[in-house]
Design a binder for this molecule. Sequence first.
Ligand SMILES: [Zn+2]
Length: 104
Amino acid sequence: MGNKAICLNCKKSFNISSKNSDVLNFKCPECGNETIAVTHRFRPPKVAEKRKWEVVKFLIENGFSYQHISIYEPDRHGILRFIAYAQYPENMIDAIEFVGEYKN
Ligand SMILES: [Zn+2]
């Protein structure tokens, strides 16, 4: 699981050493709030990019922690083939669609 922790309050992400088993209880070093564990794939927006952070919060609240989401499509024989990993959205319109599509 994740080796980054993000603080939605400070809009910052922190790298967590994989040796630190306490990643789920990691408190923000700046404000002391609970942080949220996400995978190393998460690329934090800049602090000033408030809209992108709203998208991050929305995705996390819907159970996405920047894990890989595989996309499969049937080939001409009707057999599902791996196509790509889903790209995580950066704006709210795409995020709503993304959650609707991948939540299950
Ligand atoms: Zn914080």
